[in-house]
Ligand binder design. Sequence first.
Ligand code: CAO
Length: 415
Amino acid sequence: MSKALDGVRILDFTHVQSGPTCTQLLAWFGADVIKVERAGEGDATRGQLRDIPDVDSLYFTMLNHNKRSITLDTKNPKGKQVLDTLIKQCDVLVENFAPGALDRMGVTWEHIQKLNPRMIVASVKGFGPGKYEDCKVYENVAQCAGGSASTTGFDDGPPMVTGAQIGDSGTGLHLALGIVAALYQRNTTGRGQKVLAPMQDAVLNLCRVKLRDQQRLERTGTMHEYPQYPDGEFGEAVPRAGNASGGGQPGWILKCKGWETDPNAYIYFITQAAVWKAICKVIGQEDWITEPAYATPQARLLHLKPIFARIEQWTMTKTKFEAMDILNEFDIPCGPILSMKEIAEDPSLRETGTIVEIDHPKRGKYLTVGNPIKMSDSATDVTRSPLLGEHTEEVLTQLGYSADDIAALRSERVI
Ligand code: CAO
C-alpha cells in the first residue's frame, strides 16, 4: 500500500519532544525522515530518564520511530557542506532549536532559499514574536503561558499542569498540520514557506474554551456550570473549575467501589439532559424526574453538588467497569478513569495499533503509542527508532558521497 506522504523527504533537525512528535507523525504518513544529530551525543533525550544503562531511553525511542539517523557536526565547514546538500535534496526542514540557533549555524532563511526555494522551513519555538521571543521553553512553561495552568486544578489550590503534553506534543501536532498545508500550497505556488508553531499559541488554541469563558464571565459576572456557582465567588479571571465538564452538559468525577485503596477507582459522569430520566431511574431517585428543583437543566445547575453526591452514592456500589456497563445501556455518557497500566493492557487499543509492541535491538520489547490518526489508504507500520548515526553512510551515499568521501568525513569527526 502506498503512503500519503510517499516521496516527501524531511531534514529532521528536531530534538526533545515537540519537534520529534511532528516528524514522527510525518514518518508514519510515509515521509522519509532523516534525523540529523550531533556525533557522540545525539538528541539529549537518548540519555534522559534511562531505565536500562547505555540504551536509548524510552523517552527517545517513543518519539523517533520510523526515522533514519545521521550524525553530523553542522558547525564544522565540511559538515555545513553536507547540510547544504541535504537542504538541496529535501522538501522540508523541521527544527525546534532555541531561538536564533539556526541562524548562528549559518542556516538562515535566505541561505535556504538560495539553495532550495521549494523548501518548507518549519519551526517550533516557545513564543511567537514579542517580549518572550528569545526564551527557551519546555512543556510546563508553555502550559503556564498558554492559559492551561491557570484554568486547571481546584479553586482552593494552586495552578496545575496537566500530564497531557499539550505544550510539546500538542505543538508538534500543530506544526505537522502546517507542514502538510504548506506542501499542498507548494503544489500550486512552487514555493516553500516558513511555518511557525509557537508553543504558547498551540496551548492557547487547545484552551480556546477558557477564552470563551473569560468573555462570558466579563459580560455576565457568573458561569452556572462552574463549581463556584451558586455559593462561591467569581473574580476577574476564569477560575479553576476542578473536574467540571467545561461544556453545556454538567459532569464530575465520582468515586466507585474500591476507591479507598485504588487511586483510579473513579468514573467521569455526565448528567446529559437527554438522559436525565434514565439517570434518576438508575440511581433510584425517580422523584427527581418531576420535582421542580431537579426536573430541568436550568434548575439543576443550582444543585449540582447534591446531585453528584447522590449519584456518587450509587457509583460507589459499583466498580467503574460495572457502572460503565449499566450506564451505557441507557446511553448515559460516562468514562472510566483508566490507569496507564489498564491502558497498556487494553485489547482494543492493541488491535487498532494505537498501543504497539516494538522490538529494539538493544532494549528488547517495549510498548509505544502508534499513530492515533487512522487512514484507510495510508496504513502505519511502526518501526523502531534508529540507533545514533545508524544511517549515516546510507544517507550520505544516497546524497552522492563516495566511500572515500565518507571515510574522510569520519576521520575528521564531521560525522
Ligand atoms: N552539530 C553542531 N551543533 C549542533 C547540532 C549539530 N548537529 N545540533 C544542534 N547543535 C547546536 C545548536 O546549533 C545550538 O548551538 P548554539 O547555542 O551555539 O547556537 C546548540 O546545539 C543547542 O541548541 P539548543 O539551544 O536548541 O539546545 P538547549 O538544550 O540549550 O535547549 C530547548 C533546549 C528545548 C530549551 C530549546 O531548544 C528550545 O527552547 N527550543 C524551542 C522550544 C521547544 O521546542 N521546546 C520544547 C522542547 S521539548 O520539551
